[in-house]
Design a protein around this ligand. Sequence first.
Ligand code: AMP
Length: 413
Amino acid sequence: MQNSPPKPWGTPLTSTARRLLLLGSGELGKEVVIEAMRLGLEVIAADAYAHAPAMQVAHQAHVLNMLDGDSLRQLVELVKPDLIVPEVEAIATATLLELELEGWRVIPTARATQLTMNREGIRRLAAEELGLKTSPYRFAKSSEEYLQAVQELGLPCVIKPVMSSSGKGQSMIRTVADIEPAWNYAQSGGRAQGQRVIVEGFVEFDTEITLLTVRSEEGTSFCPPIGHIQISGDYRESWQPCPLNSDTLKQCQDMGYQITEALGGRGIFGVELFIQGNREGPQTVYFSEVSPRPHDTGMVTMISQNMSEFELHVRAITGLPIGTIELIKPGASAVILASEAGDSPAFTGIEEALKVPTSKLRLFGKPTGRKNRRMGVALAWGNTIEEARERAKACANQIQVTVDPLPEKILEL
Ligand code: AMP
């Protein structure tokens, strides 16, 4: 098991297999699986529902509630993975801590998955321990504490459940009339009922970027910054590179280095930063968040770099060298969303979409849609960032997603 001598680089489904257990089987996990398969790893994909994207390309799939510690432990003991690779935040991280102590290898570290699962953990580490610049913030667990927080921070501000992703439960409070609905929405949109919220002062940033930071055997490497646009807390478009002046880039890399060094382990991290001020003048960098895994905005690297973020992740976690990360061409991504809830999604417009020069499509294969669920992504490169962005958007705009609507009864639940 974990304490045995190092294994050879083996072959899947044989006694020499190196097994990777993926916890979370969405679109990012699917690309991780494909890269792991290319290098001859055996991959077991898990998630809470059957036929999730990464399960469709893995050797084996398991459906379980990953927030349930006993089920998670049972799965690990059954699969006996060499690497446990979380792809989502909603995992029983206390069990990951125990498993790590017992010798199982969690990527990047069990502590990193625990700290980043909860906005409070990572915000306190970044702002209070490392002294990184962040938006002003308060935590609140009752509506009284929330009102006090809003009063202290002033308007506009942003409220988010401490455990949520993809903008769920998040809203911006612009006027007094928004205060109460924002609280109710945060209470309904988080991963757990009645949980704490973070209230953040609104940062009037000019650009927001993801700095993909790789921790490998060779040390820390950075991908060129990725610019992106978020709507309602969820990403819609990204592009690489996002030009920054050299001082700002250095500040971003310093922050990326510090936060990933504090989290430790091996793998790729998506460091989210806000940049205030334009390139000609002085700029201020704010740390926003970090994910200890590939980042959705980083899907652009499938077209813009010599190695995608997924290949980098797999190389880093298996102890292989990274070498030089090169930008081949300016690239962009634009998301393809479902417009309503339903089963058996079908896509039209693919032929027209792929007539856009340089474009590529990734359709994730999610078995159900719901309003604004990400079902695919369009990628394109160009001679300029603007050209790449126009092409990616033109490609995505051609695609229509239709679903078999769910019976009304289910929608009401
Ligand atoms: P998050 O889930 O924290 O990454 O937030 C999602 C998106 O909401 C970010 O990428 C920003 O576009 C926006 N956002 C979040 N917090 C703030 C803030 N304090 N000030 C301005 N915009 C924010």
